[in-house]
Design a protein around this ligand. Structure first.
Ligand code: ATP
Ligand code: MG
Length: 559
């Protein structure tokens, strides 16, 4: 029986029913096919506000809870959250928890207007609004499925989950709503949207994935500890793309706020040999990685007898092979299943079947899908392209070394480089351990700490990893810069000025006239827009202009 709450609960996915149900009861829980008595194991904490439970909770199912008054966040007292007061909606809201930096949300609104609620004062938002207000785009009201065009200052409903990391420890995590086919994600702050892409972190158990994830996302969302299968439920978090140019620009414009570009990372359970046959846990969560745009494969390259290696020794080549094989087998199973269905399904075209067959053949020969996908026609790709094949994604190998080796690497890293070179994949040297220590330090001390390790900030670690992911995904940055904010925007390489404008708002693209453009380097070197103009380096670019990395742009548009 549930505690007598004055607001509703929603349950979904039945541990007992096997089906889905939803409850919205004032004081009594009703669930399809489950009598209240059966639910005694579902007792929830007697809170005056809501929680949501998700797979791995004591229900084993999914749920979401509406809160009325305010939201309680793990480790943060309600007083601290006064700025997160929930709006008096008939429909409730839950907020991001665990870390203030991670997660992305869901617009929970009856219609677009319902989603328009109180904004969070900047000074209280310990991280940029970009990270807090990260939501799938285009914004869609959940119930009406209508697109919401005005994204101004909304609060978002974050689903909570309870992950059981081991038998003794239960912690909340943030579960994203991936919005079905809306793969293109965006971060929202104020009235602006920027493109956000996702990278999935995979690797053997206990190699440092969660440690790296936490450092990347600047929080402690994922439990990281020295035992294999520490992570069970996937963690999702947003990493700000570090860019020293932002601060330099913000200083010039005396901007009130600075908003970096963001990338999203997903941390899943470790994969082991035989995962595709159900060994271990990771395979279950590969589905989360299928929604990603790229893969970061963490390879253990540090020696430490205290940290268990599931295979008993450090051997990057073997480890890479195990992981890549499991990814390929998982893809093979996926394509095979789909192919069988497609053969019976009359709505699937012959070209689509051919596409599936070609990919199946390549995978069966031990080739990654990325080798064959570029050779398929658009029609052939239509079906297989939706499968989110893991071996079809670009990979970055993150060679995780001990702190002393971050500057120069070691023999294991050389091995990773050798294998990666054959595949044409990138390698980034990181030390999850160093990164975990770095995020604890105040900004001004980080550089010094890295210098003590003989490391140049940009050359390795998270910055390099994010940068590499960025370039792997074919992305580049441009800036908008003014007294209100300085902001980095993500665009695909080769984007034209109107396309770049469209990342901010579709109206900017539609009504594009010109873009006042200067290079970030010029602006920083000359110190003001006026100086850039006087030096004849402020350009007025038109519709055909292909943006360059680091352009600072001001769009003139007319709608
Ligand atoms: N570069 C490193 N040097 C030394 N120790 C490290 C390094 N990276 C990670 N570790 C340690 O390895 C252990 C495992 O880390 P973590 O929990 O992040 O691994 P994981 O890959 O997420 O594991 P799982 O698959 O079980 O979830 C932790 O104790 C962590 O501190
Ligand atoms: Mg982990």
């Amino acid at each position: 029986m549930l505690p007598p709450l004055s607001h509703g609960w929603a349950y979904e996915g039945g541990s007992r029913t096997g089906g889905k149900g939803e409850v919205d009861a004032k004081d009594k829980m009703q669930e399809k096919g489950v009598s209240p008595a059966d639910n005694s194991h579902r007792m929830l904490p007697p809170l005056s506000h809501g929680w949501a439970y998700e797979g791995g909770s004591r229900t084993g199912g999914k749920g979401e809870v509406d809160a009325k008054d305010e939201v309680q966040e793990k480790g943060v007292s309600p007083a601290d959250n006064s700025h997160r007061m929930l709006p008096p909606l008939s429909h409730g809201w839950a907020y991001e928890g665990g870390s203030r930096t991670g997660g992305k949300g869901e617009v929970d609104a009856k219609d677009g207007n319902d989603a328009l609620v109180k904004s969070m004062p900047r000074d209280e938002a310990h991280v940029s609004a970009a990270t807090l207000f990260a939501i799938p785009a285009p914004l869609v009201a959940r119930e009406t499925k209508k697109q919401i065009s005005d994204c101004t200052r909304r609060m978002f409903n974050f689903r909570y989950g309870m992950a059981r990391s081991n038998s003794a420890f239960i912690r909340p995590f943030v579960k994203p709503w991936s919005g079905g086919a809306q793969r293109q994600l965006a971060a929202v702050s104020g009235h602006q949207i920027s493109m956000k892409l996702r990278a999935g972190i995979v690797g053997l158990p206990n190699v440092g994935k969660s440690t790296l994830f936490n450092a990347l996302t600047g929080g402690a969302t994922a439990q990281a500890a020295n035992f294999p299968f520490c992570t069970i439920e996937p963690n999702v978090g947003i990493a700000e793309v570090p860019d020293p140019r932002l601060l330099a620009l913000a200083n010039i414009a005396k901007s009130e706020s600075v908003l970096p570009a963001v990338l999203e990372f997903v941390d899943i359970a470790g994969l082991v040999k035989g995962a595709s046959q159900g060994e271990g846990l990771g395979n279950k969560f590969l589905a989360n990685i299928r929604e990603c745009d790229a893969i970061v494969q963490v390879i253990r390259c540090f020696e430490n007898d205290d940290i268990v290696h599931v295979s008993g020794s450090v051997d990057p080549e073997r480890d890479m092979e195990v992981i890549n094989l499991e990814l390929a087998l998982s893809d093979l199973a996926q394509v095979e299943k789909r192919l069988q269905r497609a053969l019976k399904d009359k709505s699937v075209t012959q070209a689509e079947r051919d596409g599936l067959q070609k990919v199946y053949d390549a995978l069966a020969e031990g080739k990654p899908a990325r080798e064959i996908l570029p050779f398929l026609s658009e029609d052939e790709l239509a079906d297989v392209g939706r499968l989110g094949l893991l071996t079809g994604m670009k990979v970055i190998y993150a060679a995780n070394v001990g702190d002393a080796e971050l500057a120069i690497g070691n023999k294991y890293v050389d091995k990773v480089r050798e294998v990666a070179a054959k595949e044409g994949a990138g390698v980034v040297l990181v030390s999850a351990q160093v990164e975990a220590e770095l995020v604890e330090l105040p900004l001004e001390d980080r550089k010094e700490f890295l210098e003590s390790l003989g490391v140049q900030e940009e050359a390795c670690g998270l910055r390099a990893l994010v940068k590499e992911t960025y370039s792997l995904l074919g992305l580049q940055t441009y800036f908008t810069c003014g007294p209100k904010e300085t902001r980095a925007w993500t665009i695909k390489k080769g984007s034209t000025a109107p396309q770049a404008a469209g990342v901010i708002h579709s109206d900017f693209e539609k009504g594009f006239i010109r873009a006042e453009t200067m290079s970030c380097e010029d602006l920083v070197a000359l110190g003001s827009e006026k100086a850039v103009k006087d030096a004849g380096k402020l350009r007025s670019e038109g519709k055909e202009y292909v943006c360059k990395e680091g352009d600072v742009m001001l769009f003139r548009f007319n709608v």
